[in-house]
Ligand binder design. Structure first.
Ligand SMILES: C[S@@+](CC[C@H](N)C(=O)[O-])C[C@H]1O[C@@H](n2cnc3c(N)ncnc32)[C@H](O)[C@@H]1O
Length: 237
């Protein structure tokens, strides 16, 4: 397992591990002082799995991610549904299933528009889910923020989390929890890490792909001139 720590331009520090997130998480206890923000891999990244096998993996892994969140932290998932074999797979439902099993309450569920309201989409749906869970934190309705984000914001690749969605998630952690480190166990190019550092939060990423882990160590805000990454399977997160 390779790891590297480097100071971010703002006050936040960053550490990116090139490792299997399941093994890394299994080797950690509860991540004291941390909240988790992540976007877990889509079925398209598991060519040998049936849809049912991937769903089982997804719920189990969401449970592992949630189990490492301290009671005074939050776990935020950014997921886009898929349409597969003529059915609609609701990833928001799948992470809620894991959270319910572990006694984590849903604090909010925001819809992030990927296409304007009223537009028909034929591949991926027109929105993504941003869901926030916690065991100990409870929401103060007087401090609510918009439930519908009109845009996800800038991305570095098709599976990347949009900057606006990352900002919403990181700002919530800053204003509603005492945790000051963000952990993204499936960090991809590191958008969550870059946004967190830009807001002065420390960040820890885990990524299986060496190339993406390298990008995640280097990504800075504003994203600007990041090298795009595309593949025929870049269709969902
Ligand atoms: C949806 S993408 C994350 C995108 C990221 N939030 C971004 O903005 O770039 C999921 C990532 O999980 C990585 N991944 C898949 N299986 C993994 C595993 N077992 N451990 C760690 N990373 C894994 C993939 O390589 C991919 O980069």
């Amino acid at each position: 397992m390779a790891s590297e720590e480097q100071p971010a331009p703002a006050s936040g520090k960053r550490e990116v591990h090139c490792a299997d997130a399941l093994e890394w998480l299994a080797g950690q206890g509860v991540l004291t002082g941390c909240s988790l923000i992540t976007s877990m891999p889509d079925v398209s990244e598991f060519p040998s799995y049936t849809l049912e096998q991937w769903k089982e993996w997804f719920v189990r892994t969401a449970g592992l991610v949630l189990s490492r969140c301290p009671d005074d932290g939050v776990t935020i998932f950014y997921q886009t549904d898929i349409k597969k074999d003529g059915t609609w797979v609701d990833k928001g439902y799948l992470v809620q299933k894991a959270a319910e099993q572990l006694g984590h309450a849903l604090l909010w569920h925001k819809v992030v528009c990927r296409a304007p309201a009223g537009q028909t989409t034929f591949g991926r749906p027109a929105y993504s889910h941003l869901l926030c869970f916690s065991r100990g934190i409870r929401s103060d309705l007087g401090r609510s923020s918009p439930d519908v984000l009109p845009q996800a914001g800038e991305v570095t690749w098709t599976r990347g989390m949009g900057v606006e969605a990352c900002l919403t998630a990181c700002r919530y952690v800053l204003s509603h929890t005492p945790t000051r480190t963000i952990v993204d166990p499936f960090c991809g190019h590191g958008t969550v890490l870059a946004v967190a550092n830009d807001l002065g939060l420390d960040a820890v990423g885990v990524e299986l792909s060496r190339k993406r882990a390298r990008k995640a160590r280097a990504l800075r805000m504003p994203l600007g001139d990041s090298e795009p990454e595309t593949s025929p399977e870049d269709d969902a997160d």
